[in-house]
Ligand binder design. Structure first.
Ligand code: DQA
Length: 145
């Protein structure tokens, strides 16, 4: 049975492709999810993807992920820098969490340098555009082997 992995994307990531393409690239979220699913399969993982603009929905999904998945990859978007609720939900999980960002948040505005998600993450991958997700899947394959 392949390990089931969930990718959670937070606010505004549904607008990838048109949103600030100089920073986030031209691929849509569907493009990225499709690439990730194919890559996951090649790594022997089964991948589901979820996106929401709503903090509470993300908390609900994270709580559920603890029951249904072996690993969680999360790009919480702007909630990365603000959400104690999402951090608390992640801290309660027993499965590994990998934090992902398309952009290198440490090269950007100071308010993006703080991440509540990092406090609950096994590791952080940022700055590689959509490849950040691919790299996270590779790390997750090792963590769940
Ligand atoms: C982001 C970085 C965040 O600071 C920003 O609010 C996002 C996207 C990224 O993937 O680079 O929405 O998480």
């Amino acid at each position: 049975m392949p390990a089931r992995i969930l990718i959670v994307n937070g606010p505004n990531l549904n607008t990838l492709g048109t949103r600030e393409p100089d920073i986030y690239g031209h691929e849509t979220l569907s493009d990225i999810e499709a690439k990730c699913k194919a890559h996951a399969q090649s790594l022997g993982l089964a991948l589901d993807a979820f996106q929401s603009n709503h903090e509470g929905e993300i908390v609900d999904k994270i709580q559920q992920a603890g029951k249904d998945y072996r690993g969680l990859i999360v790009n919480a978007g702007a909630y990365t820098h603000t959400s104690i609720a999402i951090m608390d939900a992640l801290l309660s999980l027993k499965i590994p969490v990998i934090e992902v960002h398309l952009s290198n948040i440490f090269r950007r505005e100071a308010f993006r340098h703080e991440s509540y998600i990092s406090k609950a993450a096994k590791g952080v991958i940022c700055g590689f555009g959509s490849d950040s997700y691919r790299l996270a899947l590779e790390a997750m394959a090792k963590l769940t082997a």
